[in-house]
Design a binder for this molecule. Structure first.
Ligand code: AMP
Length: 118
């Protein structure tokens, strides 16, 4: 899939539209989901133009992958859900219902979440 530079997360990265930022470093940006599914619902996105997990996992450098994963862990800790627990979710492609074609993970927590696909 060719990266669409007009997707909403690309526009957030360029500062063209606002977000409720919770964390940023050279590898990742994290912000509150606009339609939260739980008391804590944060999106973490890499800075590079990757369409989904399939693209990121195969094309990103080891440094980009490590930096992104480290940032996601920090974000969850800062959100205060490390002790109570949280779920990491990444949608790839049509069956997953991926809406935004810039790779992102959801960090969801702050309440009991039930079973994975409930
Ligand atoms: P996905 O289905 O995994 O692609 O999830 C996309 C997520 O992005 C959804 O949970 C949306 O609520 C969220 N979202 C869409 N636009 C924005 C935005 N401008 N700011 C924050 N979150 C957004």
């Amino acid at each position: 899939m060719i990266y669409d530079r007009s997707n909403v997360f690309a526009r957030i990265l360029r500062g063209e539209i606002p977000c409720k930022k919770v964390y940023e470093d050279q590898y990742a940006l994290a912000f509150h989901d606009i339609n939260p599914q739980a008391p804590a619902h944060i999106l973490v996105i890499p800075k590079g133009p990757f369409t989904s997990f399939a693209d990121f996992s195969s094309q990103a450098t080891v440094e980009e992958i490590a930096g992104f994963v480290r940032a996601a862990g920090l974000v969850a800790r800062q959100a205060g859900v490390e002790d109570s627990g949280y779920r990491l979710l990444a949608n790839h492609g049509p069956d997953s219902h991926q809406e935004v074609p810039h790779f992102h993970i959801h960090i969801v927590g702050g309440r009991p979440l039930g079973k994975l696909l409930a």
